[in-house]
Design a binder for this molecule. Structure first.
Ligand code: SF4
Length: 384
């Protein structure tokens, strides 16, 4: 088993702990014991090992949102990024406190769609397309009737709570990379035969999913805020917001070809936030959970190149010493914002919880909770 090391300067491969890090790990373990069932720690797959070792559940954003919704813990410490903690707060009761160990841990893709931009785009697209706004429907959860055509908004989980609220109020739904196809099917039923979906903020997940569902490229124009549509809006099926993930857009066809030259019998699995050219030549694509299962099911001795965040690739390499596992991009750094959750921050928030504080609490205001909850619950009710 080998793994291609990234050229970036951070020491992300924290598989062995320094004495200082071990002290922090020991203290976190003590604090966890002290808090017992009052505490739930959720960890995303992109977190470093020295965080993951303390997580009660490790998963993708869909699985972690389910765990938050099912939890009765008083304190939910979310080791992930800001939008995930917001979703956890929306899905939990007022008596539960959701905490993000470092308030600076955001997501650059989520920041690419603001409420003001989406609100302007929504009005312009309604006008250009001639479609109706589902906000005026008596029952936006019911499929469209014959002859009805709506514009249905779908937001990726990687978006702010005010956008989830917008989506919920306009008859739309949240999706993750593990359920995007099921969610788009749901949205198309509500949009009607001639209706369309506005998908934001990740153009690549929308385009890859739409293409896999048989939608042609000219029916999926990209919308750039302050500029408008790159393509015809009228008659389109999915209008794709221009956002992207700075980690996953690094994976290229050339990297895949390079790997296949070195390992002609090897496999390539890639995340659908990657560009379509790369997704189409990979052997498989899917969410972080899909990638984990894909690697686990490969025969022993297989070589596999993975197109996703490096902490997860490194962990998979550790878990499968019988396989050659490498990151598709040897130059790749970890997701810089996921990396902002350091064990010292986790220890600090746990210390403060034990002292009766509620540090770094994520509170989604009441005004935007209702629509957000609607959009998230619609997602949770749709089979994958
Ligand atoms: S990997 Fe990309 S989409 Fe995920 S949190 Fe980081 S920047 Fe955002």
């Amino acid at each position: 088993m080998t793994i291609s090391l990234p050229a970036c300067s951070v020491d992300f491969m924290d598989t062995s702990l320094s004495p200082e890090e071990q002290d922090i790990a020991n203290r976190i373990t003590q604090l966890k014991e002290q808090l017992g069932d009052d505490l739930l720690i959720l960890g995303h797959h992109y977190q470093r090992d020295s965080i993951v070792m303390h997580a009660d559940f490790l998963g993708d954003s869909f699985m972690l949102s389910q765990k938050a919704a099912q939890s009765t813990a008083k304190y939910i410490v979310f080791c992930g990024v800001h939008f995930m903690a917001e979703s956890a707060d929306i899905l939990t009761s007022d008596e539960q406190t959701v905490i993000l160990p470092n308030m600076r841990a955001g997501c650059s893709m989520a920041d690419m769609a603001t409420f003001a931009e989406v609100d302007v785009a929504w009005k312009e697209i309604l006008q250009q397309s001639g479609l109706s706004d589902p906000i005026n429907r008596e029952n936006p959860d019911a499929p469209a009737e014959q002859g009805e055509s709506f514009l249905v908004p779908v937001t990726y989980m990687n978006s702010s709570a005010d956008l989830k609220d917008f989506v919920g109020r306009h008859g739309g739904v949240v999706c993750t990379s593990s359920n995007a196809k099921g969610v788009l099917n749901w949205a198309f039923e509500r949009a009607g035969e001639d209706g369309a979906v506005l998908f934001f903020p990740d153009q690549h997940l929308g385009r890859n999913t739409g293409t896999a569902m048989g939608i042609k490229a000219d029916k999926m124009p990209t919308w750039i805020p302050n500029i408008g549509s790159m393509g015809e809006v009228k008659g389109s099926r999915i209008i794709l917001w221009h956002g992207f993930c700075s980690v996953h857009t690094r994976f290229t066809v050339e990297q895949i070809e390079g790997f296949r030259q070195r390992y002609p019998a090897g496999y390539v699995v890639i995340h659908p936030e990657s560009p379509i050219e790369s997704v189409q030549v990979a052997d498989a694509n899917g969410s972080t959970q899909f990638i984990r299962n894909y690697v686990a099911n490969l025969p022993s001795g297989s070589a596999v190149a993975i197109g996703t965040e490096i902490n997860m690739v490194a962990r998979l390499a550790d878990e499968h010493p019988d396989k050659h596992i490498e990151c598709l991009d040897p130059e790749i750094c970890p997701c810089s914002t996921m990396y902002m959750i350091h064990p010292a921050y986790l220890m600090d928030v746990l210390e403060r919880i034990v002292n009766g504080e509620k540090p770094n609490q994520i509170i989604v205001s009441k005004e935007i909770q209702e629509g957000s909850l609607l959009a998230l619950n619609r997602m949770l009710s749709i089979p994958k």
